[in-house]
Ligand binder design. Structure first.
Ligand SMILES: Nc1ncnc2c1ncn2[C@@H]1O[C@H](COP(=O)(O)OP(=O)(O)O)[C@@H](O)[C@H]1O
Ligand SMILES: O=P(O)(O)OC[C@H](O)CO
Length: 503
């Protein structure tokens, strides 16, 4: 009897597999970190083979933690760090180099050339996105321009492009022996190559970036009763399980938080931080530096769109404080260190490590710590690190209110950092709205499980998913207005100090 759904969450920092029951409860979980490769300043890579290896390990680990075999799963869904780009050989499965991660700025020159005379919004009407190093299209172009074998193979039809869900689905369903080569609409909407309205690759943009369409995956619904393929019995599941659900991780969290109504929003604090608001069946163009993107498409139903505010560095700054400065030994310790001081002591940290994403889109910005005096100590730095997430989120919430006309009445939150209660309380203070954490904080994996489960009828409808959502904790604003506005004003000044750094 198939009483469970499996979900693989392939994130920037780690890969985890979670097995859920029908009530959305976790019955087994296994997680493994992968290497972060920084070959030059501003460059970030992952090893796709290591990630496939880890995926197999965590699938086996989660099944074993749940005491289940693969036959117990009705379906498996995949969710992933978005935009991270790889190209591999369709006959051997060997990648043409490491995956170019979403945070990587190596396509700066390509993006400048794309913007020349036409500006950052050259493709915005069609794709919903500004030209930026963040998105996959310029990353594909970079690989084809810099790895000659990749270009030759791509033009001969022997190379495949994929983001992480495409890579993992291809492997799970057979790899070189006929694996499915697909990408779901949400991931495709992050490439700068897909038309938001037709949900098809845009031939004119492909030509401009010199990307052969033979290397592109088929764009599919996020939850597809058509089933893309079955896992191989000799693979990590040890059984033939339908692969039929996929969503970019931020969209998966939106689904996991059951934000199915127009105006509902969530903010996910992981390596980066991403606030998405459901805008219904109509793409809402942004004038405030947000992006217009796909929220989800279930089966053949009309697609649902959202506005997104993407913040490149959130938990990654905590990792940096841990790994590069050694101020803490675990991410969780940042909370006790920040708790040693009453406030930020005037210190602000703007983590523009990959430039600044929404709402600024400044590739020329680099990180800065400002407001330093001899009074400042490591507690103040820890505090500034946490506060940066809250200020960046306020930047997004304000832009979203202007774009959508909807002022948030509360904010649903999730992701690895929401364990940090000091941050959650400060977030409520700085936004002046309640911040709400759900009982299941693994909303990303849950969203992908929902996509797969809906496709095979494991869950009959959206209402059955809504019933699984429950509140865990709520933080109410407690800061006085003058303090809130003074802190935020200083933050805006700090942000300006990071501009025009890269020449
Ligand atoms: N208690 C904590 N306080 C602050 N940051 C944390 C805490 N726990 C985890 N993090 C940060 O959260 C991130 C991991 O969150 P996760 O949602 O697993 O990320 P991802 O999906 O991007 O891999 C890491 O960057 C880590 O530094
Ligand atoms: O892996 P995360 O959770 O940091 O998410 C990364 C985003 O999908 C990048 O767009």
């Amino acid at each position: 009897m198939t009483r469970y759904i499996g979900s693989v969450d392939q994130g920037t920092t780690s890969t985890r597999c979670i097995i859920f029951d029908r009530d959305g409860r976790i019955v087994g979980i296994h997680q493994k970190e992968h290497k972060q490769i920084f070959p030059r300043p501003g460059w970030v890579e992952h090893d796709p083979l290591e990630i496939w290896e880890n995926t197999q390990i965590v699938i086996r680990g989660a099944l074993s933690a749940a005491g289940l075999s693969g036959e117990a799963l009705a379906a498996i869904g995949i969710t992933n760090q978005r935009e991270t780009t790889m190209v591999w050989n369709r006959h051997t499965g060997i990648p043409y180099g490491n995956a170019v991660v979403w945070q990587c700025t190596r396509t700066h020159e390509i993006c400048k050339a794309l913007m020349r005379n036409q500006g950052q919004n050259r493709f915005r009407d069609r794709t919903g996105l500004p030209v930026a190093t963040y998105f996959s299209g310029p990353k594909i172009q970079w690989i084809l321009d810099n790895v000659p074998e990749a270009r030759i193979a791509a033009e001969a039809g022997d190379a495949l492009f994929g983001t992480m869900e495409t890579w993992l689905i291809w492997h799970l369903t057979g790899g070189p022996a006929g694996g499915a080569h697909v990408t779901d609409v949400t991931n495709a909407s992050r490439t700068l190559l897909m038309d938001l309205y037709t949900l098809k690759w845009d031939p004119a943009i492909l030509e401009i970036m010199r990307i052969p369409d033979a290397m592109l995956p088929r764009i599919v619904s996020s939850s597809d009763p058509g089933i893309w393929g079955w896992t191989r019995p000799d693979g990590p599941l040890g059984a033939s399980v339908p692969v039929c659900g996929a969503l970019g991780d931020q969209q998966a969290a939106l689904v996991g938080q059951t934000c199915f109504e127009t105006g509902e929003a969530k903010n996910t604090y992981g390596t980066g931080c991403f606030l998405l608001m459901n805008t219904g069946h109509t793409p809402v163009p942004s004038r405030q530096g947000l992006i217009t993107t796909l929220a989800y498409q279930f089966g053949k139903s009309r697609p649902v769109y959202c506005l997104e505010g993407s913040i490149a560095v959130a938990g990654a700054l905590v990792q940096w404080i841990r790994d590069n400065l050694g101020l803490i030994t675990t991410a969780a310790e940042i909370e006790s260190l920040a708790g040693t001081v009453a406030d930020n002591g005037g210190v602000y940290f703007v983590p523009a490590f990959s430039g600044l994403f929404a709402p600024y889109w400044r590739a020329d910005a680099r990180g800065a710590m400002v407001g330093l005096t001899r009074y400042a100590n490591k507690g103040h730095i820890a505090r500034a690190v946490l506060e940066a997430n809250a200020y960046q989120t306020r930047d997004i919430v304000e832009a979203m209110a202007r774009d959508s006309g909807i002022a948030l009445s509360h904010l649903k939150v999730d992701g690895g950092m929401v364990a940090n209660e000091l941050l959650m309380a400060f977030q409520a203070d700085i936004l002046n709205v309640p911040v709400i954490r759900p009982r299941i904080s693994e909303t990303t994996a849950l969203g992908a499980a929902y996509a797969a489960g809906l496709a095979v009828g494991f869950w009959p409808d959206l209402e059955s998913l809504r019933r699984n959502w429950a509140e865990d904790r709520r933080w109410r604003p407690a800061m006085d207005e003058p303090t809130r506005e003074r802190l935020y004003r200083q933050w805006k000044k700090a942000v300006e100090r990071t501009f025009n750094w890269i020449e």
